[in-house]
Design a binder for this molecule. Sequence first.
Ligand code: ADP
Ligand code: MG
Length: 263
Amino acid sequence: MTSAQQRWLVRISDVSFTYPNGVQALSGVSLELAEGEVVSVIGPSGCGKSTLVSVLSGLRESTGSVVWNRDVLRELDGSGRRPFSVVFQRNTVMPWLNVEKNIAFGLRYLKLSRQDIRQRVNSLLETGGLVDFRRAYPHELSGGMERRVALLTGVATLPKLLILDEPFSALDEPTRVSLHRELLVLLREYGMSALLITHDLGEAVSLSNRVCVFSNRPARLSSVVDIKLPPDRDVEKIRATDEYQDGYRELWESLWQQINARV
Ligand code: ADP
Ligand code: MG
């Protein structure tokens, strides 16, 4: 929920991007994220959502601008921490490292003592309920556990923004909902914002304060739906509420309109 006390974190202004082969994926996208917010992006398949992730994470250069709050960057200065980390649908977890080494991997770039690293990994393993699996390799884990490791790896370096690109798409519904609960706990515990790309409308409503609906390619921001559920919501119980149903309905109508809009 945005409030006057929340600082803006990143401003995406009028971002357009065209791939070298001439495919335009983004057209004039503007979006601002504040500290503590969860914002989702939904849109037709192939519209440009993952392209936005690569622009935001600096992998692709776009026109327009992506500006991080200088005060926030100053706070990270000298710590080696980056303002964001990205969790993808797959290939986030390294198969040749066990769970604790996966979680610790990004920490080697931070200015932390061995003891600090050990403590951080232990506390993440505890939050994620993976203490007993610390020495397990990814192929020994269930799909849900592997995703939990991916989340913990993203959180471990304490970014200000966790960017999640369809992180739970391959999971069954009950596993997905338990990961939703854990994600909200992690975000709260470590004081992070999240930008979630998803094609799952229920997931967008369950987790977000705001949902941005993208048009067909090239993606434009076609509408923004405010989700009127509190930040400390219970993701298992909210589905029966009017606020959830209203958000879902509004999103569905916006998305369906975009899917049917021929360009
Ligand atoms: P989404 O994540 O919304 O499904 P993407 O951002 O991955 O969509 O892709 C947007 C469009 O850009 C698609 O039409 C896709 O085919 C195209 N595209 C994605 N990556 C590349 C690339 N490396 N080169 C050329 N076109 C690409
Ligand atoms: Mg994608």
